[in-house]
Write a protein that binds this ligand. Structure first.
Ligand code: FE
Length: 332
C-alpha cells in the first residue's frame, strides 16, 4: 500500500517500498549546486537521483518526449521559465502541506504547479566613487545618470521580470517612459552578463548597473573578479516604498512524471531546513523558507524590504514587458 508522504522526517520513517528507487531530474541549475543536495537526499531516502543538466530547451524537450518523458522533477532559475513550463501544460500540481508551510504564498503558483526554492534580489550596483546613495529603480531614468548606466540585455529574463514588476507598480505607459529614460542614460549598448556590468564600473565605463544579489558574493569569492566587486556598493532599491524586486529559482513536477511519489519527496526535501541551508551557503541566495540563516557574507549586506507582490502577478505582465522593451528599442 502506498503511504502518503509528508516531509522528509515522515519519509525516513516510511518503508521505502512505497516509492520508486529512482527519480529523474532535468536541471538548469548547475552541478556544483545541486549535486550535494541530491547526495543528501539519496543518503536519507535511498532514492537515486539521475540528472540531466542543460542550459536551455527544457520545454521543447519535454514537449518532444510527451507522455514517454522520463522527467520527474524540473529545476530552474527565474519565474519566467517556470511560467513557460506551466503555460505549455508541462507541469502537474503538487498537493503538499509540507510545501505550503515551508514556502511563502507569494513564491508559489496558485495552482501549485511550481514552487520557489530560493530568492534573489535584482540589486542596483553603484560605483564606490558615488558614495552612499539611496536608489529606486525609477531613478535609473533620472537624467543625472546620463551616460552612467550599464546593463545586460533588457530581454534577459532577469530584466524582463524587473520590467514586469515596474508595470505592476506603475502601468504600461509610465513603464515605457521609464524604459526610454533608462535607455537614454545607458553608457553603452546592452551587452554581457550581470558581472560584466560591474566589471565595466570597475573599468570606469559607467557608474550604475543592475545585477542579481548572489553575483556580488560570487565576485567577492573569485580571485580575478574581487576587484570588480570592490569597486561597487550593493544597493537594495525602493526601501522607502514597495521594496526591492525579488525573483526565484524554483522547482516543479513534470506532467508525466513516472516516479511522482519520489519526485514529491525530493521536492519536499529541497524545501527542508537542511537543503535550504545548503542553498544559502553554496550559492549565496536567500533561502525561501523562513528562519533559515543566510550565509555570513549575504547576511553582511543587511536586511531589506522586498516587493511582496506575488510573482505570479508580476509574471502576468511578461508579454507586455517584452512589447515595451521593443517599443523603447532598449537593446538597439
Ligand atoms: Fe544568474
Amino acid at each position: 500500500m502506498i503511504k502518503k508522504l509528508i516531509g522528509l522526517s515522515a519519509l525516513i520513517a516510511t518503508s521505502f517500498t512505497a516509492i520508486a528507487a529512482e527519480v529523474n531530474v532535468y536541471s538548469y541549475r548547475q552541478p556544483f549546486l545541486v549535486e550535494p543536495l541530491f547526495n543528501e537526499f539519496t543518503k536519507a531516502s535511498g532514492v537515486k537521483v539521475n540528472v540531466v543538466f542543460a542550459k536551455k530547451g527544457m520545454a521543447e524537450r519535454l514537449q518532444r518526449e510527451g507522455e514517454l518523458s522520463p522527467a520527474d522533477v524540473l529545476l530552474t532559475t527565474d519565474i519566467s521559465r517556470l511560467i513557460e513550463l506551466q503555460e505549455k501544460g508541462l507541469l502537474q500540481p503538487i498537493s503538499s502541506n509540507t510545501l505550503e508551510e515551508a514556502i511563502p504564498a507569494q513564491y508559489q503558483a496558485d495552482d501549485n504547479t511550481w514552487f520557489g526554492l530560493t530568492t534573489r534580489v535584482r540589486n542596483v550596483y553603484t560605483a564606490k566613487r558615488l558614495g552612499d546613495v539611496a536608489i529606486n529603480y525609477e531613478d535609473l531614468a533620472d537624467p543625472k545618470y546620463k551616460g552612467k548606466i550599464c546593463t545586460r540585455s533588457g530581454k534577459h529574463p532577469y530584466n524582463v521580470a524587473l520590467v514586469s514588476s515596474m508595470i505592476a507598480a506603475h502601468g504600461e505607459a509610465e513603464t515605457l517612459k521609464w524604459l526610454e529614460g533608462v535607455k537614454a542614460n545607458l553608457a553603452r549598448k546592452p551587452q554581457g552578463n550581470d558581472r560584466g556590468q560591474v566589471q565595466a564600473i570597475h573599468q570606469g565605463l559607467c557608474d550604475v548597473s543592475l545585477g542579481n544579489s548572489y553575483y556580488f558574493g560570487k565576485m567577492i569569492n573569485d580571485e580575478k573578479q574581487k576587484v570588480w566587486a570592490d569597486a561597487v556598493n550593493i544597493n537594495f532599491p525602493n526601501q522607502e516604498n514597495r521594496g526591492a524586486h525579488v525573483n526565484i529559482s524554483g522547482v516543479a513536477m513534470a506532467k508525466h512524471a513516472p516516479n511522482a511519489e519520489s519526485a514529491k519527496a525530493l521536492i519536499e526535501f529541497l524545501a527542508s531546513e537542511q537543503a535550504q541551508q545548503m542553498y544559502a551557503e553554496t550559492n549565496m541566495e536567500y533561502p525561501v523558507r523562513e528562519g533559515v540563516k543566510r550565509s555570513e557574507l549575504v547576511a553582511s549586506w543587511g536586511d531589506f524590504k522586498s516587493d511582496n507582490l506575488p510573482l505570479e502577478t508580476i509574471a502576468k505582465h511578461r508579454k507586455a514587458a517584452l512589447k515595451l522593451l521593443d517599443q523603447a528599442k532598449f537593446d538597439l
